[in-house]
Design a binder for this molecule. Sequence first.
Ligand SMILES: Nc1nc2c(ncn2[C@@H]2O[C@H](COP(=O)(O)OP(=O)(O)OP(=O)(O)O)[C@@H](O)[C@H]2O)c(=O)[nH]1
Length: 314
Amino acid sequence: MSDNAPKKVGFFSRLAAGLRRSSSGIAESVTAVFTKKKLDAATLEELEDALIAADLGANTAMRVTERLAKDRFDKEVTDEEVKEALAETIAETLTPLEAPLDIGASVKPEVVLFVGVNGSGKTTTLGKIAARLKAEGRSCLLVAGDTFRAAAVEQIAVWGERSGLPVEKRDLGADSAGLAYDAVQRARRESLDAVLIDTAGRLQNRTELMDELRKIVRVLAKLDETAPHRVILVLDGTVGSNALSQAEAFLEAARVTGLIMTKLDGTAKGGALVQVAEKFALPIHAIGIGEGIDDLQPFNANAFARAIAGLEEA
Ligand SMILES: Nc1nc2c(ncn2[C@@H]2O[C@H](COP(=O)(O)OP(=O)(O)OP(=O)(O)O)[C@@H](O)[C@H]2O)c(=O)[nH]1
């Protein structure tokens, strides 16, 4: 137990530092509304507006104000109490969705597809997960399924080299569904634990590219009707509420099974994770709070809720 204590402190403080831009935006809104005011209807409305403006979504904002109204109406409240109510509400939403990844533990090879819009962090996230799997003694094949961009293929190759993991790639412009199919066959031959497939970034309104994604899913299911076993949607935390339409489109096209939100270190809009979670109830595997390998953290709902509300660790 004592061995774990310092690690836990480090984890939370890095998370809090990563989320600082989001949490300070929220803290400013809360402080602007509450300077030891009595909690009346007008203050509650102002608070609700401030939380919506912080990208937390109307539903969460309403639940926070209802919670406060129930216990504290007509009494004095401090901004600390508001933040506690906020953290508790966010944790209630997110705790059931906490889903740490355990790739390659049950199915072998576990086929995992990474999807998302351009630049959301798919390739980097895949590389970080591969490095972690390797460190845990699991074998995996990295698949450079973004056959449109030479830089993406190169990026996967670098992650493979760095982690000493095999990479399946093709010439630029090759059919990514065929590549994914061949990769799964190779992983079977080589008895690997997992196949991690990168895909090209695509905007959710580009029908032909979404169709290509459907094709990859269809082709994988030909080899094994339970594949892909996971479809991880990588969302860029800086896009705020736009993440909702992205999640909707990718859920429809590719049966997304879980999500990872990246770049929460560079955004004031991290509250959007709560909105997406609330609307789609998608398992949340991890969050990215920086570009380093250790900056992809397994998702911890309580820690996230306290950090984004600008509170200390519980
Ligand atoms: N600050 C920060 N940067 C990140 C994080 N995750 C990824 N990035 C950076 O975001 C940029 C885009 O990441 P990629 O992994 O190339 O994104 P992609 O989704 O594969 O991009 P496309 O192939 O264009 O679709 C890179 O510069 C990454 O280093 C994160 O959690 N925090």
